[in-house]
Design a protein around this ligand. Structure first.
Ligand code: MN
Ligand code: MN
Length: 374
């Protein structure tokens, strides 16, 4: 199909809405607002050290109303600019009762001069921002929830508890990736579609009408520098991958690690694989590193809608009932059969029935077994 015949995001959303005549169109308008935020952030990111003149104004605006930064990694200027872009592009339309961001300690209240709507928007405005200095892909992640009726009607301000809904309650989720191409990947609970930004037109065009994650994979992604903190089932899985063709899996694996969740998710959506940032033993009080509301739930929803699977290792991530706005969680997602295997290893470990893999190099008859070396 020639590029000119590809539907734009707007056309796509209108056509989808024709299939559901009872829909109000509110969700479409909200998604279009988010897509404008993505375009503005893409530009700010692409300017790099040159600086985006539009972003400079936003830094000043961000400082004036001073959103209190959420506890966690130090925010960079572009994190705050991106946060500001999300707030400004989504607050005015009357579709939202409130917003929550990785960058703000408290939920954002819609200013009184704007109408309130029935949805809540949660987002990580700039995911992987540590990659900016080295010019590697970053992204934005968003999740749409329904607001409780009292808050939706504008009867009261939103509060933390309004956002503490399990991932299964999401009505839409998506991410934008700012890489060699700027893309928007989206689900409204009816499969996953991908759009590529046509910079000349300033429009997202449908390029990936039905994204499916293959059930099997030859690629895994994990930060191996944390290996000494891994729980035994994670170590067992990775050891088996590393053993490759000569091991229990009888096939070779590749390893990848980009340190940008959006980029990892995108690779897996395009060609399969599995990503692990599991709970580890480093700080027993901390059940993982990624944020449940802004990262794990939206990415999990997209993955499951694409036929993949998302898990904490012990339960489906979308079933977890959040306890706090900035709650962190262990996350494993990707090709279904790999994630199921990792879940099985956790279950076997917890039940005490696991049999960790032993490399043939260190097995009974091996010359390399420790006693033989003495
Ligand atoms: Mn992030
Ligand atoms: Mn972020």
């Amino acid at each position: 199909m020639p590029l000119s015949n590809r539907p734009t995001l707007t056309q796509y959303l209108i056509e989808q809405r024709r299939r559901f005549p009872q829909a109000s169109g509110t969700m479409n308008a909200l998604i279009l607002d988010v897509s404008i935020a993505a375009k503005a952030i893409a530009r700010a990111v692409a300017c790099g050290e040159l600086g985006d003149p539009a972003a400079r104004e936003l830094v000043a605006a961000a400082q004036s109303h001073a959103p209190i930064e959420a506890p966690g990694e130090a925010a960079r200027p572009l994190d705050l600019v991106s946060n500001e872009i999300f707030l400004r592009t989504a607050e005015w339309s009357g579709h939202l009762a409130g917003m929550a961001s990785e960058e703000m300690a408290q939920p954002y209240r819609i200013p009184a001069r704007y109408a309130r709507g029935k949805y809540l928007l949660a987002f990580d405005p700039l995911d992987g921002s540590g990659n900016l200095d080295v010019n590697v892909s970053v992204g934005s992640i968003f999740s749409v929830l329904r607001a409780p009726d009292e808050a939706a009607a504008g009867g009261r301000e939103v509060r933390d508890a309004d956002f503490l809904q399990p991932g299964t309650a999401q009505v839409a989720a998506g991410y934008a990736i700012y890489g060699p191409m700027t893309m928007l990947v989206l689900t409204v609970g009816n499969g996953v579609v991908g759009f590529t930004l046509d910079h000349d037109l300033g429009e997202f065009k449908l390029t990936h009408p039905d994204i499916r994650v293959p059930d099997d994979a030859q690629e895994f992604a994990i930060d191996a520098s944390n290996a000494r903190f891994w729980e035994p089932p994670v170590k067992r899985y990775v050891d088996e991958c590393l053993a490759g063709r000569s091991g229990l899996r009888a096939k070779d694996f590749n390893m990848r690690w980009i340190a940008s969740l959006v980029a990892e998710a995108h690779r897996i959506l395009m060609r399969g694989g599995v990503f692990l940032y599991p709970k580890d033993t480093r700080s027993p009080g901390r059940p993982g590193r990624l944020r449940l509301l802004y990262e794990a739930n939206p990415i999990g929803f997209i993955l499951e809608q694409a036929g993949g699977r998302a898990s904490t290792g012990r339960e489906p991530v979308l079933g977890v009932r959040p306890a706090g706005l900035h709650q962190r969680i262990g996350l494993v997602f990707g090709s279904k059969h790999e994630v199921e295997r990792i879940e099985r290893y956790h279950a076997e470990y917890d039940a005490g029935t696991d049999r960790p893999y032993v490399s043939p190099l260190f097995s009974e008859r091996s010359l390399f077994r420790p006693e033989a070396l003495i």
